[in-house]
Design a protein around this ligand. Structure first.
Ligand code: SAH
Ligand code: SF4
Length: 350
């Protein structure tokens, strides 16, 4: 089996090259090719000796995703459908910032499918196909960077934020996600402050992230304010109930000026009452937080949730704001191409 170089940390890559008889500083050159120049083959690495390139070709691989399809939304959002080496498919979503400008947020996947089974989420309906390897997570960023650089936009555009809010539950694939995070920050040079990992509330993952770092931003998909409601829409709550989840959030060591984001998908008559809003205020008391209210995006004709009526969401927001919380209503982008939150299923066609 050849070694995927983007799977390796810098220390591991250095060791790998030493095995091939190379001096350690070669690692910097290879890292530059992989993460800055976005090389897809050893042939491109022209400042490495022929002998080294041959040695690498024999023992190592430069992983790469196969871009099957790109869809563009009328709001400028682009959805990428990628095939993995074994034929599984995943999606990533590139969103222009609402304020305009040249920055993009890239939403990436951590698993093909998801085992967590949230009732309102299309990815959850698929079930889990498999975990992604770290290099397959990193490669989503690299493939989209290449796409941007090869002229899809005017120059100057770049990815400024990365969110793990695509397919999958990042903390059900903890080790590979952390490995990918280390390479995206340490080797690609992406700012930790501009990366957010979103979890459905896998408490051991929150604890491990606190212990092991890296110091990226944490988002928690809360979506309900009582165990009864949350059990009904997020089966994961039976294992990791609200009081324990909130306790883990309270104990999470936040760096200065950081907050935990709480996502709250607004579902008509399920979690959108004034009572819910007041309970949410209580739950978040004492946590440096911001709240993202996400109006439900329809995902499937058999899934019978609805968006709350017109005024409900601003009213809900008002109660939270009155209590001093920072709250935004996150209008999901790309719903016309099924690229919005909860709509990813990575199949051709619709
Ligand atoms: N598995 C992780 C990250 C991916 S889901 C998590 O659940 O946090 C990203 C966000 O989309 C989550 O906050 C989730 O609650 C939300 N979401 C899922 N389905 C949705 C839908 N149909 N409409 C709106 N948001 C949805
Ligand atoms: Fe998985 Fe997140 Fe969808 Fe829940 S909302 S099924 S955790 S991807």
């Amino acid at each position: 089996m050849k070694t995927d170089l983007k799977q390796l940390s810098k220390a591991e890559l250095t060791g790998f090259l030493e095995h091939l008889g190379q001096s350690p500083y070669r690692a910097n050159q290879v890292i530059n090719w992989l993460y800055k120049k976005l090389a897809v083959s050893f042939d491109e690495m022209t400042d490495l000796s022929k002998g080294l390139r041959e040695g690498l070709r024999a023992t190592a691989a430069v992983s790469n995703l196969d871009l099957l399809q790109t869809q563009v939304s009328k709001d400028g959002t682009r959805k990428f459908l990628f095939a993995l080496k074994d034929g599984e498919t995943i999606e990533s979503v590139l969103m222009p910032h609402s304020k305009g400008g040249e920055g993009f947020t890239l939403c990436i996947s951590s698993q093909a499918g998801c085992a967590t089974g949230c009732m309102f989420c299309m990815t959850g309906r698929l079930g889990l196909k498999r975990n992604l390897k770290a290099c397959e997570i990193v490669d989503q960023v690299i493939a989209v960077k290449r796409y941007i650089e090869t002229g899809a936009y005017e120059t100057g555009h770049s990815i400024t934020n990365i969110v793990f809010m695509g397919m999958g539950e990042p903390f059900n694939n903890f080790n590979e996600v952390v490995r990918a995070l280390r390479n995206i920050t340490g080797l690609m040079g992406f700012s930790k402050r501009r990366i957010t990992v979103s979890t459905a509330g896998i408490i051991p993952g929150i604890r491990k992230l606190a212990d092991a770092g890296p110091d990226i931003n944490l988002a928690v998909s809360l979506n309900a304010t009582t165990d009864r409601i949350r059990n009904g829409i997020m089966p994961v709550n039976k294992k990791y109930p609200l009081n324990k989840l909130i306790k883990a959030c309270k104990e999470f060591p936040l760096s200065p000026n950081r907050r935990i984001t709480f996502e709250y998908v607004m579902l008509d008559k399920i979690n959108d009452s004034a009572q819910d809003a007041h309970r949410l205020v209580k739950l978040l008391k004492g946590i440096r937080s911001k709240v993202n209210l996400i109006p439900y995006n329809p995902v499937h004709k058999l899934i019978t949730f609805n968006r709350p009526s017109e005024n409900k969401i601003p009213e809900f927001q008002k109660i939270l704001r009155k209590a001093g919380l920072t709250v935004i209503i996150r209008q999901s982008k790309g719903s016309d191409i099924s690229a919005a939150c909860g709509q990813l299923k990575a199949s051709y066609g619709h």
